[in-house]
Design a protein around this ligand. Structure first.
Ligand SMILES: [Ca+2]
Ligand SMILES: [Ca+2]
Ligand SMILES: [Ca+2]
Ligand SMILES: [Ca+2]
Length: 326
C-alpha cells in the first residue's frame, strides 16, 4: 500500500494509549537511484523502478551506470535523486560512447555523494569517445547537476533547456578533477538555450563552478530570462567568459551597453558595469565604476580578479572577490 496520509498514537509505560493524532499528507520525496559503475550500458527496463544494465559491476552488484540511471529516472518521472557509490578510487571516469540522454527532470544528479568526495569533483565525464555530442543536457525543469568534471566533449559541456529552474553548481567544466588540465569542450562550457530562472553557480562558499578551456564561450545564453551566473571561476575560454546573443543582439561578441537598458534578449541583455579605476593599497581595494539601468531596480555587483584580461578587454572572471549590492 502506498501510504498517502499519516497519523499516530502514543502509549505510556503503563499501557495507556491516546487518541489518534492529527493526520497529515505524506509528500513524495522521490526515488533514489545509485550509480555504481563507470560503464556506459543502458537500462534494460526503463521505468521498472530498478536501475539495471542487466550486468554486474566490479563488485558483482547489479550494475547501474550513469546512462542507465538517467534512462530509469526519466521513465519513472516525479522527483528522482541520482547518487554515486562506485567502487574504486578517484577519478571515477565515465566515457560515454555516444551522447547521454537528456535529464528530463525533476531530478538531482549529485556526484558529491561519491565516496572520496572532499569538496572538489571526483566523478569525471569524458567526452573523448562521444563525437560531437554535448556532455549533459537538462530539459524539462528542476534538474540539479552537482559535482562533476565534464570535459573533452565535441559539443557543449552542459546544455540548459526546457522551461528552466535548473541548478548547475560545483562542476569543473573543461578541466579534469584536479581543476588544472586543459581538457576543454569543443563548444561552450555551458549553453542556456531556453528556460528561465536557472542558477549557474552559487553564493555558498565552495559551490560555484570552474569553467575553463572550452573552445567557445564560457557561458553562452541564447534565450531565457533571470538566469543567474554567480561566483564561478570563468577563464581561458576561447571566446567570451559570458556571452548574451539573441533578441535585439544579433551578432556574436561583446554586446554594447544601451542607455536605459531597454534592449531585450537573453537575460534582457542586462548592462554590465563600467569600471573606471581600481587601486590596491595594502589590503584595501578601491573600485570606481558606474552602471546604467533602471532607477527603481537593485543590482548585485560581483567583482572578479584576473592575472590577465581577455583579449576582448571584457572579462573573463577568474577569482570572485565579493558581491556588494547597490
Ligand atoms: Ca530499469
Ligand atoms: Ca554578446
Ligand atoms: Ca542592455
Ligand atoms: Ca535590457
Amino acid at each position: 500500500m502506498r501510504i498517502k496520509q499519516i497519523t499516530s498514537t502514543a502509549t505510556d509505560n503503563r499501557g495507556n494509549t491516546s487518541e489518534f493524532s492529527n493526520c497529515i499528507p505524506v509528500e513524495d520525496g522521490g526515488g533514489v537511484v545509485i550509480v555504481n559503475s563507470t560503464g556506459d550500458a543502458g537500462d534494460i527496463h526503463p521505468g521498472d523502478g530498478n536501475c539495471s544494465t542487466g550486468g554486474v559491476n566490479s563488485e558483482a552488484q547489479v550494475e547501474c551506470t550513469l546512462r542507465a540511471a538517467i534512462e530509469e529516472v526519466n521513465a519513472q518521472g516525479g522527483f528522482q535523486k541520482v547518487i554515486f557509490d562506485v567502487p574504486g578510487e578517484s577519478p571515477f571516469t565515465i566515457s560515454p560512447a555516444a551522447g547521454l540522454p537528456a535529464v528530463a527532470g525533476q531530478a538531482e544528479v549529485d556526484a558529491t555523494t561519491q565516496i572520496g568526495f572532499g569538496g572538489t569533483p571526483v566523478v569525471e565525464i569524458d567526452g573523448s569517445d562521444a563525437g560531437t555530442s554535448d556532455g549533459l543536457t537538462l530539459s524539462g525543469s528542476d534538474v540539479t547537476v552537482r559535482g562533476f568534471a565534464i570535459n573533452r566533449f565535441g559539443g557543449n559541456g552542459i546544455v540548459l533547456g526546457g522551461s528552466g529552474t535548473h541548478v548547475v553548481e560545483l562542476n569543473y567544466i573543461g578541466t579534469d578533477v584536479g581543476g588544472t588540465a586543459d581538457l576543454g569542450n569543443g563548444g561552450h562550457g555551458l549553453l542556456v538555450s531556453d528556460g528561465d530562472h536557472n542558477r549557474i553557480g552559487s553564493r555558498e562558499a565552495g559551490m560555484a563552478n570552474v569553467i575553463v578551456y572550452n573552445d567557445s564561450d564560457g557561458v553562452h545564453l541564447s534565450a531565457g530570462l533571470a538566469n543567474s551566473i554567480s561566483r564561478n571561476s570563468i577563464r581561458s575560454n576561447g571566446r567570451l567568459g559570458i556571452n548574451l546573443v539573441g533578441g535585439s543582439e544579433t551578432v556574436e561578441g561583446v554586446t554594447s551597453n544601451d542607455d536605459g537598458d531597454a534592449d531585450t534578449g537573453p537575460n534582457d541583455l542586462q548592462n554590465y558595469p563600467t569600471l573606471n579605476s581600481a587601486v590596491l593599497g595594502g589590503d584595501l581595494l578601491e573600485i570606481e565604476g558606474t552602471l546604467t539601468g533602471f532607477a527603481e531596480a537593485t543590482y548585485t555587483i560581483e567583482l572578479f580578479g584576473n592575472d590577465t584580461c581577455d583579449s576582448s578587454d571584457f572579462g573573463e572572471g577568474r577569482e570572485p572577490i565579493s558581491a556588494p549590492s547597490i
